[in-house]
Design a protein. Structure first.
Ligand SMILES: Nc1ncnc2c1ncn2[C@@H]1O[C@H](COP(=O)(O)OP(=O)(O)OP(=O)(O)O)[C@@H](O)[C@H]1O
Ligand SMILES: [Mg+2]
Length: 1081
C-alpha cells in the first residue's frame, strides 16, 4: 500500500495531547505539563487547533530532512503528528489550490525560534513548490536574502546569539501554478541604539565583527580598518565572539549571498565602506575648548580618524568637522548657528552613526527588494511571513520595548480577531449555532497606546513638538494627567492615588498592563528616541559626500529641498507602518506559529516551567484554547470520523454503505453519547467535550485490541485450515498414488501369473495337439507308405508283364547314360593343363570305361599337340619338322639322339654370309647354304682327324679346307650320295657313301666326325628327298663297311671302359678295319 493511502491521525501514538484543545482538564498546570511531556519526548510542536506551538529545542533535531518534507507533503493538517511543515503545507496548498493569500505570523520572545521557524517555512515551501531553472533562481535569491539581512540586522544578545534586531515581514509572491515569482520585504524599527552602545554581554550587529575577521588585509587597508576589535569604541569587548560561530566564515557566506541576491561588486564595496565609516565614527573623540562667553565648545581631539572617514566617504574634512562643532537652526528664514559642547558633539556623533547605519539597513532592504521583485504585473498569490520581535519585558524597559510591545499588542489583537472570526465563519459554514464566547479583548490596551487624541503615543508626539522645555518627566506628567483613569495604566503620580504606596513603581516610570503582563517603562530617553534627531548640519555634510551611496542615504541633506517641517517622530512612523501591516494581514488567511523558549540558558533538554508558564500567559495561549473550545472542542469531517470510529458499532463495521454523515449519526447513537455532546455540521461533526473524544479513542483502542485478536484469530484459523487442507489434500494425493502403485503391482503380478498359467495350459494344449497331429501325420505317412507300397505292388503286379521285355535295356541305357554324364562332367572338372608335355590324366572311375578313358587321353594329347602346333610360325614349323624327321630317323636307334632333342638346329654355325673370314668361301658357293660347320674328316689312312668346313646346299655338300684359303676340297651332288652310316652309340662318326662310278667316288666314301651329326644327317636326308624324291638310305649299326679308294674297310665301334678318356677316338687297325672307341655312357 502506498504511503498516501495509509489513513493515520494526529491521535495515533500521541504523546500527551497533540492538540491542546483536547486537554482535559484545561488548566495552566496541565497545559505546561503537556508541553513539558512532549518536549521531553522531542515533540517540540503542539497544536491549538490550527495554531502551532513551537518550543525551541536548542539543538538540531532530525525532523527537517527531505524525507520529512515528503511525508508532510500533500497531507491533511491533522493526519500526522504536529509539525511546522504541516502548517506550511496547509498554507501553501490553500494558497495554490483555493487561491487564498496567506500570512504566517510567527511570534514569541527573543530566542524562542521565530527566525528559525520562518526559515523552516520558507525552505519547506521552496522544496514543495515548482521547479525549473528560473524558479530555482528566484527561490535561491529569496532564501539568500536571509543571511544578508541577518548579518546587518541581527546581533548577539543575552537572550539569543542570533537575535533579530528588526521586525521583518516578507511577502513571497506566486503565480497561479504555485511557482514563486519574487518577494517584497518590509522591515520594522531596527534597534539602531545598538550601533553606539550595547548592554553587557551583548554585541553590536554581526557585520562589524564579520568584516573585521573575514575581510582580506587588502580590503581592510582600503577601508582603513584594523583587524583588532579593541581598536573600536563601538564594539563592546566583553563578548566579542559568539561560541560556535566563525565570523570570518560568515563574512564569506554573506558576501556570497549578496552576490546571489544581485549586489554588484561596487555596491558591496560601498556598503562595506559605510560599515567601516560607522566603526571609525565611534573613534572620533572631542575635547572642550573654553570660549569667552564661558561656553565650552567642543573640538575634535584626533583629527587623523576624522580625516580617514572623510577620505573613505569623500567628504571634505572641514565640512564634517564643522558639523561636529556647530548646530544651525533655521526658523522662519533665519539661520541661527550655535556651538556644540562636548556632550552635544558626542550626541551628534552617535546620532550620525545610528542614522547612517539604520539608513544603510533600509537601503539594503530596498536593494534586496529590487532584486527579488516579481518580474510580472500579473495577479499574484501572496504568502506573507512575519518574523517580528516578541513581547519583551526587561528589568529596565525603555522606548524600544514600549514600541515592540505595542506591536505585539496589535498582533495579539489581530490574532484574537482573526481566530474568532475564523471560528465564527466555520460555525456559519457548518451551520452550527454560534454561541457567544467570552474572551479578553486587548483593544483597550491598544487604544491606550495608539489613540490619536489621548493615547500615550500621541502624548509623546505632542510633548516632542511642544515648544519650550521638554523633558521625559514633563512627558510622564502629561501621561499622569491624561491616562490616569485608564484601567491598564499605572503610575505613582497618577491622579488616582491607587499606586501612591506602590514601591514597585518608581517615580520616573509608568506601567502598562499588557495582555501578556504588566510592564514597567522608564521614561528616560522617550522624548529623544521619539524625536530621533539628526542635526541638519550633519545630514547636509553627508549629502555633500562624494560617495554615491552615502549621498543617496541623506536626501534630507540637500539644501535645495530643505523641509522646515519636522520629520515624523519614530513613534508615529512605527504606528503608521504597524497600521499598514495590520491592514495587510487582515486581508490574508492567517496561520500562527507561537514560539516558546524552554529555558534562559540556551540549553537543550531544560524546560523551565516558570519561564514557559510566563510565555504561555503572555502569548495568550490559554485564551486561544478557550476560544477554540468555547463551542466545540473537536471537529472532524464525517468521513474521517467514520473511518476512525466505525469499528465501534456493528452497523458501521466493517463497511458503511450510505452517507458518511448518516454513518456517524448511527455510530454516535449506538454509542449512547448524550446528544448535547455533539452537533452535526454540514461536513463535520462537532464534539463539545474532549472527554467524549477521549472516551471514543479509548473505546477505539480497546476495540482495536479486540479487532486485532479477531484478525489474529481469523488469520490463525485460516492459516491452520489452509495448512490442514493442504495436508489433507497431500495425504489424499499420496494415498491415491500409493494405492495406484499397489494396485498396479498387484495387477502386474496377477497378470503375469495368469499369463504364466495360461502359457503352461496353452503349451500343454499345444503339445497335446502337436502330439495328436504328429500321430495323425505318422498315421497318414504310414498309410501313404503302405498305400504306396501296396499301390506299387499292385502296379508292378499289374504291369509286370509289360516291364520284363525292355526294362533291363532301358534301365541299363539310362544308368549308363547317367554314369557317362557323370563321368564326362567329372572329367571336365578334372581336365589336366593344355601343355602337350603334361602327362597327367585323371584316374579311371569305372573299369568298363578303360579303353574309352585311354582313347580320350590320347585324343586329348593329340588335341593339345594340335593346339600347340597351331601356335607355330612357318619357320618354327620347319624347325620342328626337321626335329620330327630327326626323331623318325634316330629315335631309339642312336644313343646320341636324346641329347640332341633339346638342341635347336641352327644350320649355318659359321655364319658364312656375315663372317668376313668366310667371305671367299661364301663367294664360291652359289646356292643357299643349309648347313655350315667345322667337322673332323677322318684320314682314311691313319684314322686321324683333320678339320674341314662342311657345307650343305640344296643340291650338294662340300668340304672345304679351313686353313688353306678355304678351298673346296670336295663337292658332292646329293644325287650321287647313296647312303649314310653311323653307329648306335653316342659318338659323332658318320660315313657318307657315294655312288660308284661318279667323280666323287674316286676318292672313296667320306668318314666324318661331328657333334652335330643328328642335324647334318637330318638335313642331308631332307635335302636329298627334296632333290631326288628318293630317300637317302640311313644305316645305323656298330659295324659297317666304307669304300676307301679301292678298299673296303670295316668301321667297328667298340665301347671302352670308363678309364680310357672321354672322347671317341678312331684308329686304323689294319687295311680292313678301322676301330672307333666310344666311351661308355
Ligand atoms: N527548530 C529549531 N531547531 C533547532 N534549533 C533551534 C530551532 N529554533 C531555534 N533554534 C535555536 O535557537 C536560536 C534562536 O532562535 P531564533 O534566532 O529563531 O530566535 P528568535 O525567536 O528569532 O529570536 P529573536 O527575537 O531574538 O530574533 C537559534 O539560533 C537556534 O540555535
Ligand atoms: Mg529572530
Amino acid at each position: 500500500m502506498s504511503k498516501m493511502e495509509v489513513k493515520t491521525s494526529l491521535l495515533d501514538n500521541m504523546i500527551g495531547v497533540g492538540d491542546m484543545v483536547l486537554l482535559e482538564p484545561l488548566a495552566e498546570e496541565s497545559f505546561i505539563k503537556n508541553l513539558r511531556k512532549r518536549f521531553d519526548h522531542n515533540e517540540i510542536y503542539t497544536y491549538i487547533g490550527s495554531v502551532v506551538i513551537s518550543i525551541n529545542p536548542y539543538r538540531a533535531l532530525p525532523i527537517y530532512t527531505p524525507d520529512k518534507v515528503e511525508e508532510y507533503r500533500n497531507r491533511n493538517f491533522y493526519e500526522l503528528s504536529p509539525h511546522i511543515y504541516a502548517l506550511a503545507d496547509e498554507a501553501y496548498r490553500s494558497l495554490r489550490d483555493q487561491d487564498k493569500d496567506q500570512c504566517i505570523l510567527i511570534t514569541g520572545e527573543s530566542g524562542a525560534g521565530k527566525t528559525e521557524a520562518s526559515k523552516l517555512v520558507m525552505s519547506y515551501v521552496a522544496a514543495v513548490c515548482g521547479k525549473g531553472a528560473e524558479v530555482n533562481q528566484v527561490k535561491e535569491q529569496l532564501l539568500q536574502s536571509n543571511p544578508v539581512l541577518e548579518a546587518f540586522g541581527n546581533a548577539k544578545t543575552v537572550r539569543n546569539d542570533n537575535s533579530s534586531r528588526f521586525g521583518k515581514y516578507m511577502d513571497v509572491e506566486f503565480d497561479f501554478k504555485g511557482d514563486p515569482l519574487g518577494g517584497v520585504i518590509s522591515n520594522y524599527l531596527l534597534e539602531k541604539s545598538r550601533v553606539v552602545k550595547q548592554p553587557r554581554g551583548e554585541r553590536n550587529f554581526h557585520i562589524f565583527y564579520q568584516l573585521l575577521s573575514g575581510a582580506s588585509e587588502d580590503m581592510l587597508k582600503k577601508l582603513k580598518l584594523e583587524r583588532d576589535f579593541s581598536k573600536y569604541n563601538y564594539l563592546s569587548l566583553d563578548s566579542a565572539t559568539v561560541t560556535g560561530v566563525d565570523d570570518a566564515v560568515c563574512f564569506r557566506t554573506v558576501k556570497n549571498a549578496m552576490q546571489i541576491v544581485g549586489f554588484m561588486d561596487n555596491e558591496t564595496q560601498s556598503v562595506l565602506e559605510l560599515v567601516g565609516a560607522v566603526l571609525k565614527l565611534g573613534n572620533i573623540e572631542f575635547k572642550p575648548e573654553s570660549r569667552v562667553n564661558e561656553v565650552d565648545e567642543s573640538r575634535v581631539k584626533d583629527k587623523n580618524e576624522l580625516k580617514e572617514i572623510c577620505e573613505l566617504l569623500g567628504i571634505e574634512q572641514s565640512v564634517l568637522e564643522r558639523a561636529f562643532s556647530f548646530r544651525t537652526v533655521e526658523a522662519k528664514q533665519e539661520k541661527v548657528s550655535t556651538t556644540l559642547n562636548v556632550a552635544q558633539a558626542y550626541y551628534a556623533r552617535d546620532a550620525l552613526a545610528k542614522n547612517l547605519y539604520s539608513r544603510l539597513f533600509t537601503w539594503l532592504v530596498n536593494r534586496i527588494n529590487e532584486s527579488i521583485k516579481a518580474q510580472t504585473k500579473k495577479r499574484k498569490k501572496v504568502m506573507g511571513v512575519l518574523d517580528i520581535y516578541g513581547f519583551e519585558i526587561f528589568e529596565e524597559n525603555s522606548f524600544e520595548q514600549f514600541i515592540i510591545n505595542y506591536c505585539n499588542e496589535k498582533l495579539q489583537q489581530i490574532f484574537i480577531e482573526l481566530t474568532l472570526k475564523e471560528e465564527q465563519e466555520e460555525y456559519i459554514r457548518e451551520d452550527i449555532e454560534w454561541t457567544h464566547i467570552e474572551y479578553f479583548n486587548n483593544s483597550v490596551i491598544c487604544d491606550l497606546i495608539e489613540n490619536n487624541t489621548n493615547g500615550i503615543m500621541a502624548m509623546l508626539d505632542e510633548e516632542c513638538l511642544r515648544p519650550g522645555t521638554v523633558t521625559d518627566s514633563t512627558f510622564l506628567e502629561k501621561l499622569n494627567q491624561i491616562c490616569a483613569d485608564h484601567q491598564h495604566f499605572e503610575s505613582r503620580m497618577s491622579k488616582s492615588s491607587k499606586f501612591l504606596n506602590d514601591h514597585s513603581l518608581p517615580h520616573n516610570c509608568f506601567r502598562i498592563q499588557h495582555y501578556a503582563g504588566k510592564v514597567l517603562y522608564h521614561v528616560d530617553g522617550f522624548v529623544d528616541k521619539n524625536n530621533d534627531l539628526l542635526y541638519r548640519d550633519l545630514s547636509q555634510a553627508m549629502w555633500k559626500a562624494n560617495h554615491s551611496l552615502i549621498k543617496s542615504l541623506f536626501p534630507d541633506g540637500n539644501p535645495a529641498k530643505i523641509n522646515l517641517k519636522r520629520p515624523p517622530t519614530a513613534g508615529s512612523q512605527f504606528k503608521a507602518s504597524v497600521a499598514t501591516l495590520m491592514k495587510n494581514l487582515q486581508t490574508k488567511n492567517p496561520n500562527y506559529i507561537r514560539c516558546i523558549k524552554p529555558n534562559d540558558q540556551k540549553a537543550s533538554h531544560i524546560f523551565t516551567d516558570s519561564l514557559v508558564c510566563h510565555q504561555v500567559r503572555y502569548l495568550g495561549l490559554m485564551e486561544n484554547v478557550r476560544v477554540r473550545r468555547a463551542g466545540y472542542a473537536f471537529r472532524q469531517p464525517y468521513d474521517a470520523c467514520l473511518e476512525r470510529y466505525k469499528m465501534l458499532c456493528k452497523q458501521t463495521w466493517p463497511h458503511w454503505r450510505g452517507q458518511a454523515r448518516d454513518g456517524v449519526e448511527v455510530l454516535l447513537k449506538d454509542l449512547q453519547i448524550p446528544e448535547d455532546e455533539y452537533s452535526y455540521g454540514r461536513s463535520k461533526i462537532f464534539i463539545r467535550n474532549p472527554r467524549t473524544l477521549f472516551s471514543l479513542e479509548e473505546q477505539r483502542k480497546r476495540r482495536l485490541h479486540g479487532l486485532a485478536t479477531l484478525i489474529q484469530k481469523i488469520y490463525r484459523g485460516w492459516k491452520t485450515r489452509t495448512h490442514f487442507l493442504l495436508m489433507k489434500s497431500s495425504q489424499v494425493t499420496v494415498a491415491a498414488w500409493y494405492r495406484r502403485y499397489a494396485q498396479q503391482t498387484k495387477y502386474k503380478k496377477t497378470k503375469s501369473s495368469a499369463i504364466m498359467v495360461q502359457s503352461f495350459i496353452r503349451g500343454w494344449k499345444a503339445r497335446k495337439i502337436l502330439r495328436d497331429l504328429k500321430y495323425q501325420k505318422r498315421c497318414k505317412e504310414a498309410v501313404t507308405t503302405i498305400g504306396a507300397y501296396w499301390h506299387g505292388t499292385q502296379v508292378r503286379r499289374e504291369y509286370r508283364k509289360f516291364f520284363r521285355a525292355h526294362a533291363g535295356k532301358r534301365i541299363y541305357a539310362f544308368t549308363i547314360q547317367r554314369i557317362m554324364q557323370k563321368y564326362f562332367l567329372e572329367l571336365k572338372n578334372k581336365m589336366p593343363s593344355m601343355s602337350p608335355c603334361d602327362k597327367t590324366w585323371p584316374a579311371r572311375p569305372y573299369l568298363f570305361l578303360d579303353s574309352t578313358h585311354r582313347e580320350l587321353r590320347r585324343i586329348f594329347h593329340l588335341w593339345t599337340c594340335k593346339k600347340y602346333r597351331g601356335q607355330f610360325t612357318d619357320q618354327k614349323k620347319a624347325i620342328y619338322e626337321e626335329k620330327l624327321e630327326a626323331s623318325e630317323i634316330f629315335k631309339d636307334k642312336k644313343a646320341l639322339y636324346p641329347s640332341s632333342v633339346s638342341q635347336p638346329f641352327q644350320g649355318d654355325y659359321l655364319e658364312i654370309n656375315k663372317n668376313p673370314r668366310y667371305q671367299k668361301l661364301n663367294s664360291l658357293v652359289e646356292e643357299k647354304i643349309i648347313f655350315a660347320d667345322i667337322v673332323n674328316k677322318i684320314n682314311r689312312a691313319n684314322g686321324k682327324g683333320a678339320q674341314r668346313i662342311f657345307l650343305l646346299t640344296k643340291s650338294k655338300f662340300m668340304l672345304a679346307d679351313q686353313k688353306s684359303g678355304q678351298q673346296i676340297k670336295s663337292s658332292v651332288p646329293l644325287a650321287e650320295l647313296t647312303s649314310v652310316s653311323m653307329s648306335t652309340q653316342s659318338d659323332g662318326f658318320f660315313a657318307l657313301r657315294v655312288k660308284e662310278g661318279t667323280t666323287a667316288a674316286a676318292k672313296g666314301d667320306f668318314l666324318l666326325n661331328s657333334e652335330r651329326i643328328i642335324e647334318i644327317i637330318t638335313k642331308l636326308h631332307r635335302a636329298g628327298l627334296d632333290l631326288t624324291k628318293e630317300k637317302i638310305q640311313i644305316e645305323i649299326t656298330d659295324e659297317f663297311l666304307v669304300q676307301f679308294k679301292q678298299d673296303k674297310v670295316c668301321v667297328k665301334f667298340i665301347q671302352n671302359g670308363p678309364k680310357n678318356g672321354t672322347m671317341a677316338s678312331c684308329k686304323r687297325k689294319n687295311n680292313r678295319l678301322l676301330e672307333v672307341t666310344v666311351p661308355s655312357p
